[in-house]
Design a protein around this ligand. Sequence first.
Ligand code: PHE
Length: 338
Amino acid sequence: MLEELHELQRQLHAELDAIRTAEELEQFRLRHLVRRGTLGRLRERFRQLPPEQKPELGRILNALEETVRKRYAELQQRLEELAEEQLSYDLFLPGRQSFLGGRHPIQQVLDDIVAIFSRLGFVVAEGPDIEDDEHNFTALNFPPEHPARDMQDTFFLTADRQILLRTHTSPVQIRLMRALPPPIRAIVPGRVYRNEEINPRSLAEFHQVEGLVVDRSTSFAELKAILVAFARQMYGAQTEYRFRPSFFPFTEPSAEMDIRCFLCRGAGCRVCKGGGWLEICGCGMVHPAVLRNGGIDPEEYIGFAFGMGIERIAMLRLGLDDIRLLYQNDLRLLRQFR
Ligand code: PHE
């Protein structure tokens, strides 16, 4: 048994030397230190030894068990300390990133538009979201019962249809003309509302930027020059554009401006729906009746106006194919475009 004890001593210490984890230490305890483990069984055999062998072997057995239990306890403490240290200082973990808030994509586009037009000499004005029929339609030369009113499905707030949510930012043209003596050179960012089905391409609530210039002399050529300068700064110096004749009751002549689809460069794609062009704004020379409604003499002054949708521009910039993504406040989208 003496030989066996020496062998066991070597073996246990070798096992203890090899232990690296709490799990391995626990396995060691279950193998050797529990009542029916190696040491426990050894003690049972010890009890049956002839008495004359007991003193010497007893001393050895006690010493063995004592040193093994002591090393076990030390290892246990060391592993616990290590675990704690790792919890509080793992120098290899990547740092925690904190996320700063940022401007919403819609606001970024608005800010860019405002910055470009500020450089072109425009001031920023605003008007109310809740309008009356007078500013939203009548003063803008929409005749009563005229089908042009149906171009923009309206949310009416009163049964007599006199108070409504503005369907475009154009009513602010009237407010500006009535409030300021010309020359006027202003842009008007704002929210507009239309009673439309909500789907990937349209919302019932969106944003526009209106532009209005009224002066003693200006021209359609200047309107074009301003919009081309804008498009080049917004979409790139090489941007191709075209103006198409159009109709709005409050401008005459009227046009719509398209730019070359910057995704497919005209080849035709999902964004431009195959046409190769993207419509970016409506525009025209302010109708003389509208100047008159604004208290400005059309014999003395001339003006032009334009209006563009913001969501559309934000979608093109971000490559979104569903306008609703702009209003879900999904942090993944907001963090992607800051
Ligand atoms: N208000 C028009 C719209 O919402 C756009 C426009 C503005 C057209 C100014 C001409 C001049 O569609």
